[in-house]
Design a protein around this ligand. Structure first.
Ligand code: ARG
Length: 401
């Protein structure tokens, strides 16, 4: 395969630093790096310098947090989509955005390929590869970790030394960690034993619920068409809101998720997620849905949320089905405006109050006090008709006994 110029998704870590050099050696190509600020809480300027130092001809660094939250996270958020009922999809939602940005740069710079540092047995490779061809069918995607002979971290360090790649050897955690503003994913190392209880060092985004404050804290979240717009009465930008939500919920140990999940490639994998802000906001939004959506609509939304999460998890972000679902989600959330109060305490985010101008909750109908406006007499007729098919079926069974 002849490649002249490649855009590499660059994190600044060991893998992607070695990849820069490996690409140059194997393809004799020019390497341009791309690093997205998705809120991973890292200083990105040194990463840019590092990229140039290891041989990149150009290094792009870009803050995409707002775009990530508004155009990617919000799509899943409208549905309250969780993969296998648990995972708020932070990593999965980030990949298509990174890929889109890389493709834009590839077009601008006249590159013929993009490259990423994912392995051949994970989900992330699928998200990069599939998003790339969905946006530019003739682009080539290189994943050196799938191709090269380097089998371990030690061998990579060896390679780096041999090729004079200046990489700071930091003492790394034994885990593979991916973090952005919507959440953090941890896997590998001792976590590969599904019966191993995560030790304290696994977590870095949330306080251990046992060590969380002994006093509960209340948060009031305001939504407009499902989008969080204010926290504790203060209007804020979506980036600020999610950051603040992470801080408050993280302090109370909210959003730790421990799961064995079904990967796309057929392997079960043990994952730890930390998503304090996402957990808090999803809980609150869910209770708003309960208030403003009638039964059929709410159940339909829940149904489609499963599909939405699957499409995101499977790397099908740029699939027509996902786009169509997004249009549906926007329509569904036109009335998702209101305020929700959540109590945070020792790992729990519990909704305690909710209100909306579009609330379908009707106290006169619901009440058991004398102001009740519901006509109880109709209950009998309703039960007769609702139970009729069962009554008919039971009679048939009786006849055949
Ligand atoms: N299992 C999650 C997913 O597929 C997280 C993957 C995270 N990657 C990592 N390097 N830890 O979205």
């Amino acid at each position: 395969m002849s490649i002249k110029k490649v855009v590499l998704a660059y994190s600044g870590g060991l893998d992607t630093s070695v990849i820069v050099k490996w690409l140059i050696d194997n393809y004799g190509c020019e390497v341009i790096t791309y690093t997205a600020d998705l809120g991973q809480n890292e200083d990105l300027e040194p990463i840019k310098e590092k990229a140039l130092k290891v041989g990149a001809t150009k290094a792009y660094v870009e803050d995409v947090r707002k775009e990530f939250l508004e155009d990617y996270v919000m799509g899943a958020f409208r549905f309250g989509a969780l993969y296998e009922n648990k995972y708020p999809l932070a990593t999965a939602l980030g990949r298509p955005l990174i890929t889109k940005k890389m493709i834009d740069i590839a077009i601008k710079e006249g590159a013929d390929a993009i490259a990423h540092g994912s392995t051949g047995k994970g989900n992330d490779q699928v998200r990069f590869d599939v998003s790339a061809v969905a946006l530019k069918p003739d682009i080539k995607v290189i994943a050196p970790v799938r191709d090269w002979e380097l089998k371990s971290r030690d061998e990579e360090i060896e390679y780096a030394k041999k090729h004079n790649i200046d990489i700071p050897i930091t003492k790394e955690k034994p885990y593979s960690i991916d973090r952005n503003i919507w959440g953090l994913s941890v896997e590998a190392g001792p976590l590969e034993d599904a019966y191993f209880e995560p030790t304290k060092d696994v977590y870095s985004f949330t306080v251990d619920p046992q060590d969380a404050p002994d006093e509960p804290e209340y948060v009031e979240i305001e939504f407009e068409k499902a989008k969080p717009v204010a926290l504790n009465g203060k209007k804020m930008d979506i980036v600020e809101i999610v950051e603040k939500a992470n801080e408050i919920a993280g302090k109370h140990g909210v959003g730790r998720i421990d799961v064995v999940e079904n990967r796309l490639v057929g392997i079960k994998s043990r994952e730890i997620y930390e998503a304090p802000g996402a957990t808090l906001l999803l809980e609150a939004k869910r209770s708003l849905d309960e208030l403003i959506l009638d039964r059929e609509t709410l159940h339909l939304k829940d149904h489609l949320a499963i599909k939405y999460a699957e499409l995101v998890y499977y790397g099908y972000w740029f699939h027509d089905a996902r786009e169509a679902l997004d249009a549906f989600g926007k329509k569904l959330m036109e009335k998702a405006t209101g305020t929700v109060k959540v109590k945070l305490y020792k790992g729990n985010a519990t909704v305690v109050a909710r209100k909306s101008p579009y609330s379908l909750y009707n106290r006169q109908l619901a009440t058991y006090d004398p102001s009740d406006t519901f006509n109880h007499k109709f209950g009998e007729a309703f039960c007769y008709i609702w139970g009729l098919p069962l009554k008919v079926a039971a009679a048939v069974k009786d006849e055949n006994r």
